[in-house]
Design a protein around this ligand. Sequence first.
Ligand code: NAD
Length: 337
Amino acid sequence: MKNIGINGYGTIGKRVADAVSAQDDMKIVGVTKRSPDFEAQMAVKKGYDLYLSAPEKESQFEEAGIEVSGTADELFEKLDLVVDCTPGGIGSQNKTDIYEKIGLKAIFEGGEDHDAIGSSFNAEANYESNIGKDYVRVVSCNTTGLCRTLKPVYDLAGIKKVRAVMVRRAADPNDAKKGPINAIVPTTEVPSHHGPDVQTIIPDVTVITMALMVPTTLMHTHNIMVELENNVTTDDVLDAFKEAYRVLPIQKSLKLGSTAEIMEYAKDLGRSRGNMYEIPVWEESVNVEDGELFYMQAVHQESDVVPENVDAIRAMLELEDDGEKSIIKTNKAMGIL
Ligand code: NAD
């Protein structure tokens, strides 16, 4: 049983904590919080030991009646690996300032740059190349979504080139400060950073992306066009998506024609926090025309990366050397379809 900690118990951190707790080969020893808010209260209520990443705030936790087990540094001493879920940029700093100094293995999230961490991870695409690594970045929600569906297409038909238009949610549902509230904001940097990020995982595929932000909090959607190397049919692609472990072909005709309905479906599935770990692909949108594949997918930004973190832990701690076995184990423990 490996000892895991979460540094930064926020949107991603709290979900990763629960996913790790659902496994039988790893456990959460503690999580860190900076402020004595409702998430800190809930962490303790769930049975997680809470450690302070800002020890000078100890009295604030005391005043709020939130039990603390020590400082983040004390937590790190107890761990085999830390999952750093702090906001983008802080993880890379923690890598050099803390983890490298104490020799602690660490996973970082998509807000960090590939170069700062050295290795990027997606379970179905490159589990094996991350076995035994000390520092690994689980790529962002959007990059994870692209890798999940491009990898099976690549294996099935080969890929000459990918173009994708990413429609991005403006903020997470709990975020009262970000916008836009009533505007579409194009990312005028073309190509956007998403394509090169996919190439940190699947290096020999050219992916060119454009992005725009829209006033929604629920999910991102991707419109994807793939020039194929080999002749395949629409049904071949659909079969490949059905066989992939974390891709979920869905039908608009079942009243799943929008991100709102997909989020309702996730709730009906009884998923904690309404999580949709799989990448839903609209079956009706999958179409091969003249050697080019077209499809549309959605990404639940708060949860698609969560099972990837569990598999990354298994690879880095050498708990399993077969990526497929790890994926199956993680999926079973988390109820992934
Ligand atoms: P968040 O703001 O919800 O949570 C971050 C947590 O870290 C908060 O609890 C915050 O108090 C804490 N924190 C801040 N500074 C800290 C420090 N110096 N030391 C320890 N803890 C600190 O952020 P998030 O959305 O969970 O994002 C975390 C990472 O996951 C980022 O790299 C982000 O890019 C990535 N990510 C986010 C999403 C998403 O949609 N939310 C999706 C995929 C990946």
